[in-house]
Structures are given as structure tokens and as C-alpha cells.
Write a protein that binds this ligand. Sequence first.
Ligand SMILES: CC(C)(COP(=O)(O)OP(=O)(O)OC[C@H]1O[C@@H](n2cnc3c(N)ncnc32)[C@H](O)[C@@H]1OP(=O)(O)O)[C@@H](O)C(=O)NCCC(=O)NCCS
Length: 188
Amino acid sequence: MTEQPDTPVDPVVLTTERLVLRPPQACDLEAVFAACQDEEIQRWTVVPSPYRLEDAEYFVNDLAANGWRTGEARIWCVLERASGAMVGTQGITLAPGRPGSAEVGWWAAKEYRGRGYTVEAARAVARYGLTELGLRRLEWQAYVGNDGSRAVAERVGYRFEGTLRSYAEQRGVFHDAWVASLLATDLD
Ligand SMILES: CC(C)(COP(=O)(O)OP(=O)(O)OC[C@H]1O[C@@H](n2cnc3c(N)ncnc32)[C@H](O)[C@@H]1OP(=O)(O)O)[C@@H](O)C(=O)NCCC(=O)NCCS
């Protein structure tokens, strides 16, 4: 069954071979704040720049918490099982007006890149979205030139669909965007 916005949901924990994905908690604030100082995260995502501790508090206490409460977004902190370290975030946000469709997003903390963690986490999120949530289409978008995020999407199985001009807003500026999708039928 396809879930609609405003359906309250129980927070979900996903586990993979090396990672656990769980909803953000107050204990993640410092790690989120530290990770988001990275210029690559500020360059390629919509996080505020400069990034303040209040922005991490908003992420944990408002954006993620409200997303889980309303069902409009599922946001996870990604933790390394071996150490408990916070290595990144993942999210699925339902697309308003497009039932069964949602947008994915991710970043990895600089120190934990290049280990395949983002692909591993994004695979678990995709499987959850397309099977447990019953979504029809997961959409990945990135500003043109974000080769790292595109490599992750393609490793997970997202199929490239094209470039949308002046499409994705970042802090009041519109960028050309790459778009790819993963359908429930792609999992077969
Ligand atoms: C993009 C990002 C999430 C990749 O995270 P990561 O944990 O290093 O990714 P992984 O280790 O899972 O790498 C997966 C694949 O992507 C490739 N890759 C990673 N960064 C790359 C880059 N800059 N250019 C080309 N390929 C890259 C890896 O080589 C790997 O491919 P392989 O399995 O064939 O070796 C990370 O660099 C990041 O947080 N960037 C800033 C924020 C961002 O861009 N978020 C996405 C917004 S759409």
C-alpha cells in the first residue's frame, strides 16, 4: 500500500552489514554540526552555510522529528556498527502531489568517505522505501557536477534520466540538476 503524507509513522531502524540507520537523536548534535562544516556538504546540499549549532538542532529536533511524526519524511543518522560513530545521514521525503513518489538524499562525514558506506546505507533505504513503504518511484537529484553523489546513485541502481535546467533551489539560487530514479520494478 502506498503511504500518504500526514500518516504518523513509528520511527524505523535499518541495519546493514556494517551500519545501523536510526532516527537522529540529541546525542547526534555535535557530530552533525561537525560534519556539516565540510565545504563539500555545504556546496552540494541545501544545508545552511555557514552551518551553526542551531542548524544541527533544527535538523534533529524539527526537520527529522516532524518528518517522522507526520510521515512526510524519514530521516536517519547512519552509524558505524563497530564504533558507534555517526558517519552520515540518509533521507526519504515524499513528493507532494505525486503519490507513491519520494526524493532521496544523503551525505557522508568527510572522515568516513570512500568506504562504500553511503552506497550500503542508500541500498537499505531504497529497499525500505520500495518494499516496506510500497513506494513506486524513488528520485535522486543532484546539482550538475556532483560526480560523487551520482556514482553512489548509479551503484545503488538508480537510472539516469537527464538534466533539468534551473531546477533545484539551493539557498535562493536555482541550479541545473541531474535526475535519476529507482522503481519498485527495478528491484525484480
Ligand atoms: C557523495 C558522497 C555522499 C559519497 O559518499 P561516500 O561515502 O564516499 O560514497 P561511497 O564510499 O559509498 O562510494 C560509492 C562510490 O562512489 C564513488 N565516488 C565517491 N565520491 C566520488 C567522487 N567525488 N567522484 C567520483 N566517484 C566518487 C566511489 O569511488 C564509489 O565507487 P566504487 O564503489 O565504484 O568504488 C560524499 O562525497 C558527500 O557527502 N558529498 C557531499 C554531500 C553530497 O554531495 N551529498 C549528495 C547531494 S545530492
